[in-house]
Write a protein that binds this ligand. Structure first.
Ligand SMILES: *[C@@H]1O[C@H](CO)[C@@H](O)[C@H](O)[C@H]1NC(C)=O
Ligand SMILES: *[C@@H]1O[C@H](CO)[C@@H](O)[C@H](O)[C@H]1NC(C)=O
Ligand SMILES: *[C@@H]1O[C@H](CO)[C@@H](O)[C@H](O)[C@H]1NC(C)=O
Length: 333
């Protein structure tokens, strides 16, 4: 049944990202940002991510990892984690020292910024893909292709020089290859399993309509808000009956502080054509019970009125009861 609905989702959501076919994240990567202010001052920032969810930080002062989720260690043992922390600590300190020592050799002018990203990604039915890319001053510098250092065209002769240099350090290359090709996939499978209750949790969206800033005379901007859902893949569309409105503009799916997502889809229409339009929302948490909200349906106003009036009435009644019960006691005492 689950499989069938997944297949259906794949048919219903044509043209969606590859990502839409999965529940939950499919990749792990670490990010390194190293700032070099001058010849004596430099700083590293490190973090670890499952797709766009951060699960690791790095404390540069103590040289230790920060585990942002109770399951951030995946299925790795305490010894393995300590070993990896030690490796990253030595690497990050050594990285800054090497770059500072070789700044003039590589004609690097302070201040400059180095960014790196490395990790691995699952593809269904195919081997895990590992990647590593480095950037200097915001431009691609190098990447790893076919197990070897590949200078990026934007990196110029400096990147070629660097790849030549690094290939002489067989020990470093072997360690990087092991981390990318063995450690990363093992960790990724383990952490996806350890965190699955949270990563694959299903939280239903709430949806509501509003009008946006008027796009022009006689026109309306219909806004459909979809909020608080998990996981990220979602489908929302302005419809007339069963007809999708091709003018629907879909915003980015934005993260919210509680780990759920928010999406806005808008439609610019002539005011007299707004009646009868609806916003339809599909999400894995809803099964086949799509949310459908009609523009200008009085029901929503009635519901809002009820939502305000009913609690007020209850409050009034409670106050009245409290008031009437209180007097007799006071009279007695
Ligand atoms: C190096 O940069 C840091 C941070 O910007 C600054 O505090 C320090 O004074 C600078 N040192 C020199 C020698 O310029
Ligand atoms: C990777 O290596 C294989 C065989 O060694 C070669 O056929 C392929 O073109 C290489 N790919 C890249 C991107 O260099
Ligand atoms: C963690 O899980 C992965 C995949 O299930 C496995 O390959 C790896 O050996 C496990 N690691 C440990 C330390 O148990």
């Amino acid at each position: 049944m689950q499989l069938l609905s997944l297949l259906l989702l794949a048919v219903i959501f044509p043209g969606g990202d590859n990502e839409d076919a999965f529940q939950g994240p499919t990749s792990y990567h670490v990010i390194q940002i190293s700032q070099f202010a001058n010849s004596t001052w430099a700083q590293n920032q490190g973090s670890g991510w499952l797709d766009d969810l951060q699960i690791h930080g790095w404390d540069s002062e103590s040289g230790t990892a920060i585990f942002l989720k109770p399951w951030s260690k995946g299925n790795f043992s305490e010894e393995e984690v300590i070993e990896l922390e030690e490796l990253f600590r030595v690497y990050l300190i050594g990285f800054i020292r090497e770059v500072q020592d070789r700044a003039s050799e590589f004609h690097l002018e302070y201040p400059f910024l180095i960014q790196g990203i490395a990790g691995c990604e699952l593809h269904p039915g195919k081997p895990t893909v590992s990647f590593l890319r480095g950037a200097l001053g915001g431009l691609d510098f190098l990447s790893i292709k076919n197990d070897s250092c590949a200078p990026a065209p934007e990196g110029g002769s400096r990147a070629q020089q660097f790849c030549t240099l690094i290939s002489q350090y067989q020990g470093i290359c072997d360690t990087v290859a092991k981390l990318l090709l063995e450690t990363c996939p093992q960790y990724l499978f383990g952490v996806l399993d350890a965190g699955k209750a949270e990563l694959q949790r299903q939280v239903k969206p709430e949806a509501w309509l509003s009008s946006g800033p008027t796009p022009g005379p006689g026109r309306l901007l219909l806004v459909c808000h979809v909020s608080g859902f998990h996981p990220k893949p979602v489908w929302a569309m302005w419809m007339r009956g069963e007809q999708e409105q091709p003018g629907t503009q879909r915003g980015d799916v934005l993260p919210q502080a509680d780990g759920t997502w928010y999406l806005r889809v808008t439609l610019d229409v002539a005011a007299r054509e707004a009646a009868g339009l609806s916003c339809r929302v599909r999400h894995s948490s809803l099964g086949d019970q799509d949310i459908v909200l009609y523009w200008g349906r009085p029901t929503s106003i009635v519901l809002i009125t009820l939502a305000i009036v009913v609690p007020s009435l209850i409050l009034l009644i409670c106050l009245a009861l409290w008031h009437f019960r209180r007097w007799p006691y006071q009279n007695i005492s």
